[in-house]
Design a protein around this ligand. Structure first.
Ligand SMILES: Nc1[nH]c(=O)nc2c1ncn2[C@H]1C[C@H](O)[C@@H](COP(=O)(O)OP(=O)(O)OP(=O)(O)O)O1
Length: 252
């Protein structure tokens, strides 16, 4: 049976606060809960009766103490996180906040800190962030992604060298002129090197056939991402993901 078959999903949010002028991003160090000890955007579960946008704004206020201004608040994309042998997927609505009011403050769950775009601590973040955050920072059109995680065996040792990492990359596209590809560097960092913004939809997927974590990346919990699929330059932000992992609908 497909170990990634979903029977239900939880709806989560993630808000990336960005200072365009200073080229900085506000991240929070998660002190507890899911993803503890990683730097991440601000967010959490959408509560009954809330829209994802309302949930995102509430979590930003709770976790960072600030209110996003409506004129600078945009949906950046939609991500589905799937975990091996777990039938519950995490549908995560990702937003960008370019302006806010209030005073940034620490809470018992998150410690906020500004990072230069050049110094984003990807080795202390969820592994998928290095795939989609550069797209978000380039202010490209909305994206959609599926990220597949496997449980990391407890006894697994961290390799000194990455020579045992074998990867295969495939690029597929729904548009003939797509100019999007990925590169896998020695540190197993996939980098989106080219995009053609006139292309309506570009998609790429990558399969890592060995564990994908690096020596500098032991903290991302007991999970390791082994495969992802991403589509970028969508014409509208995706609104909902179907249980088969495809986009069910788009925002108006
Ligand atoms: N693979 C992943 N990459 C990423 O960048 N963010 C992820 C992620 N998986 C989950 N998240 C984010 C989404 C959401 O903002 C947060 C998890 O939300 P949760 O509500 O589960 O957090 P908590 O366990 O702290 O619970 P509450 O704050 O009580 O809702 O982590």
């Amino acid at each position: 049976m497909d170990p990634f078959r979903l029977t239900s999903k939880k709806v989560l949010t993630l808000v990336m606060v960005i200072d365009k002028e200073q080229q900085k991003i506000l991240l929070g160090y998660k002190k507890r809960g899911f993803g503890a000890h990683l730097w991440n955007g601000f967010g959490g579960k959408v509560e009954p009766g809330e829209t994802p946008q309302q949930g995102a704004l509430r979590e930003l206020e709770e976790e960072a103490g600030i209110t996003a201004k409506p004129e600078g608040f945009q949906k950046a994309g939609l991500l589905l996180f799937l975990f091996e042998n777990d039938p519950v997927g995490l549908e995560t609505h990702v937003y960008k906040a370019y302006s806010y009011q209030g005073q940034i403050r620490e809470c018992d769950e998150m410690r906020p800190q500004w990072f230069n775009f050049a110094d984003i601590p990807y080795d202390q973040m969820w592994e998928d962030d290095r795939i989609w955050l550069p797209i978000l920072l380039k202010e490209q059109a909305p994206f959609f992604g599926r990220m597949y995680f496997k449980r990391r065996p407890l006894e697994e040792s961290v390799p000194d060298q990455l020579t045992n990492l074998s990867t295969s990359t495939s690029t597929t596209s729904t548009a003939a002129t797509t100019a999007t590809t990925t590169i896998t560097t020695a540190s197993a960092t996939p980098v989106v090197v080219e995009t053609n913004s006139s292309t309506p939809i570009a998609s790429l997927s990558k399969t890592m056939t060995a564990t994908s974590f690096t020596p500098g990346q032991p903290k991302s919990g007991p999970f390791t991402m082994f495969e992802y699929h991403i589509e970028q330059n969508l014409l509208a932000p995706p609104k909902e993901i179907a249980l088969d992992g495809t986009i069910a609908s788009f925002e108006n």
